[in-house]
Design a protein around this ligand. Structure first.
Ligand SMILES: C[S@@+](CC[C@H](N)C(=O)[O-])C[C@H]1O[C@@H](n2cnc3c(N)ncnc32)[C@H](O)[C@@H]1O
Length: 205
């Protein structure tokens, strides 16, 4: 009976996940079909940076996702207030989002701003930057496209540098400027931070 209860709970969770992904997939198809390239910010929080970026780049479609509903609501309030039609926020988890994103959509730039550092070694697998994620972003990014990463956490910064250096499709570009400066909520709380920009290259270049 115990096992049966567990598997029923598991089945309910799976059904919820399937419904959530289906709903997200429909929204993405409706909003992003035929838009070609996007600027993508995983873990966009309240959307401060992305809203400013979208206002300054009206020809770029900007997409932000976050796990937390009220942060996405705040982002959407900013979008509405400023009348930005090139900006979209979704409540979504990064892996699920990538699974249901229209397959032909390309990323011209992906920007990570102060992602959760998960400092304990046993939690490192929860960090957004992982070898598999760099594979997936490379698959979606044309040559010359960018991955930009900024954090106040030195160990997470070193982790990201190591992952980028060991990936055949990304090359760190020390001469590349940070694409756009506008203080994020978390940036405002930090005294120092570290930034890196990597370019998509042809594997082995
Ligand atoms: C420290 S906050 C930074 C927010 C914002 N970028 C800033 O600088 O103010 C990290 C954000 O990433 C979100 N997040 C963490 N893991 C995520 C995941 N796997 N998918 C989507 N969002 C995630 C969290 O909910 C949180 O809002």
């Amino acid at each position: 009976m115990g096992n049966c209860e567990i598997s029923e709970a598991h089945a309910r969770e799976l059904a919820k996940q399937t419904a959530r992904k289906e709903e997200l997939k429909e929204a993405l198809q409706r909003d992003l079909v035929n838009c070609g390239h996007i600027l993508f910010e995983p873990g966009c929080g309240h959307g401060h940076w992305l809203t400013d970026y979208a206002a300054a780049h009206p020809d770029t479609v900007c997409v932000g996702i976050d796990l937390i509903s009220w942060r996405i609501r705040k982002g959407n309030d900013k979008k509405t207030k400023r009348g930005l039609t090139n900006l979209h926020f979704y409540k979504a988890e990064l892996t699920e989002f990538l699974e249901v994103l229209p397959p032909d959509l390309r990323f011209e730039r992906t920007v990570f701003l102060f992602p959760d550092p998960w400092p304990k070694a046993r939690h490192h697998r929860r960090r957004m930057v992982q070898a598999g994620l760099l594979d997936e972003l490379a698959r979606r990014t044309n040559q010359g496209g960018e991955l930009c990463f900024r954090t106040d956490d030195r160990p997470y910064f070193d982790w990201t540098i190591e992952h980028l250096e060991s990936h055949p499709d990304w090359r760190i570009d020390d001469s590349a400027a940070w694409p756009y400066e506008s203080e994020t909520y978390f940036q405002g709380l930090m005294e120092t931070y570290f930034s890196v920009v990597a370019k998509r290259v042809q594997g082995g270049e």
